[in-house]
Design a protein around this ligand. Structure first.
Ligand code: SAH
Ligand code: SF4
Length: 344
């Protein structure tokens, strides 16, 4: 098998049908194969009982499946499970499953590494190794669905390793595949794409007509500090990013999420909270305050008291905001950390 073979999990059902019939297989096999991969989330064709052996053998030879395999798993005391997946070329990526009372969320990676270089981010420190294809993105969800027996995956967030909007076409196709009613059938409203702020792609995404939630990583209330920790801000400063966010919320009628990682002594003062509130006042949004996850000693989270103070200032000014409860703190919580540990 060469790397030119298609990834089976990355086909829309129609594409699968064209590909199979071109090779002489009956069209109805496409639905079966699609069903096995997406609905039953099988990990190997051995499990696909109603497919003839000849087709299974043919698929084995002519397509890549599965697109990833589990290399390591860490389970937190709070039920959060972190997966390290190996890819066909030996690269590794992470995904996290976060169970809650009424939902099961999977956080997926969209790239191996990331080119954006945010200083506080473990993934940013490794640079971009390569893009993930749609099959590699959705297979993270399929694998979790397969191994997590407690219930169906209800929510997917593109908040793992990588910048989804820098892998735009693959990210969109992955959303569409996850949404496919004959597949996992996850509502777009339960999917979130997080970006560091690629303005042209935010504007493009607004036109796709997918009612997903867009999350924008803000992390600082002014250009000087944002540029210091997020190099992308030098290309798209707040004067360009915030209007793009406002248009996105308006054009899609969807409330936008701003992520704001609180770093002690850097962006956590009363004044910073006031400045932030002022800048985003006119945008239909929710602010997620995230106590920074310390990847090295430079960045520490503020005290709980300081976090609460920051939150109340936003709320007092009419901004919807909440503090993201830390999950999986005992298992290398932030994305990029497990791989970092594994690779030494
Ligand atoms: N590249 C996208 C999505 C992946 S990162 C983005 O940047 O938005 C997902 C979220 O984790 C982002 O909000 C990112 O800023 C945040 N993040 C990265 N490292 C972190 C850390 N050490 N502590 C807290 N949040 C972090
Ligand atoms: Fe990339 Fe997001 Fe990490 Fe920045 S925070 S380096 S954009 S993954």
């Amino acid at each position: 098998m060469s790397s030119n073979e298609p990834h089976l999990a990355g086909f829309f059902q129609l594409e699968l049908r064209q590909w199979l019939t071109k090779a002489g297989w009956p069209a109805f096999r496409a639905q079966q194969v699609f069903h096995w991969i997406h609905r039953r989330a099988i990990c190997e064709f051995r499990e696909a009982g109603n497919l003839p052996g000849s087709l299974r053998a043919w698929l084995q030879e002519h397509a890549i499946f599965p697109s990833l395999y589990e290399r390591r798993r860490q389970t937190s005391q709070d039920g959060t499970v972190k997966y390290l997946f190996g890819l066909g070329d030996g690269e590794t990526i992470e995904a996290v499953m976060i169970p809650d009372e009424h939902r099961t969320t999977v956080c997926v990676s969209t790239q191996v590494g990331c080119a954006m270089g945010c200083t506080f981010c473990a993934t940013g420190q490794m640079g971009l190794h390569r893009q993930l294809n749609p099959a590699e993105i959705i297979s993270q969800v399929l694998h979790v669905q397969h191994s997590h027996t407690a219930g169906p995956v209800t929510h997917v967030v593109f908040m793992g390793m990588g910048e989804p909007l820098a892998n735009y076409a693959a990210a969109i196709k992955a959303l569409q595949l996850l949404h496919d009613p004959q597949g996992l059938n996850i509502s777009y409203r339960r999917m979130t794409v997080s970006t560091c702020g690629l303005v042209p792609e935010i504007r493009q995404l607004a036109g796709e007509g997918l009612p997903i939630t867009l999350a924008v990583s803000l992390h600082a209330p002014d250009d000087q500090r944002r540029s210091a920790i997020m190099p992308i801000n030098r290309r798209y400063p707040l004067a360009e990013l915030l209007p793009a966010c406002a248009s996105y919320a308006e054009d899609t009628s969807r409330r936008l999420t701003f992520e704001y990682a609180l770093v002690k002594g850097f962006n956590d003062t009363k004044n910073d909270a006031r400045l932030l509130a002022e800048r985003i006042r006119d945008i239909h949004c929710h602010v997620n305050l995230i106590p920074v996850n310390s990847v090295h000693d430079t960045y520490q989270a503020p005290t709980a008291g300081d976090i609460d103070r920051f939150l109340s200032i936003l709320v007092d000014r009419g901004i919807q905001a909440s503090v993201r409860r830390e999950r999986g703190a005992d298992i290398d919580g932030a994305c990029g950390q497990l791989r970092q540990r594994e690779e030494g």
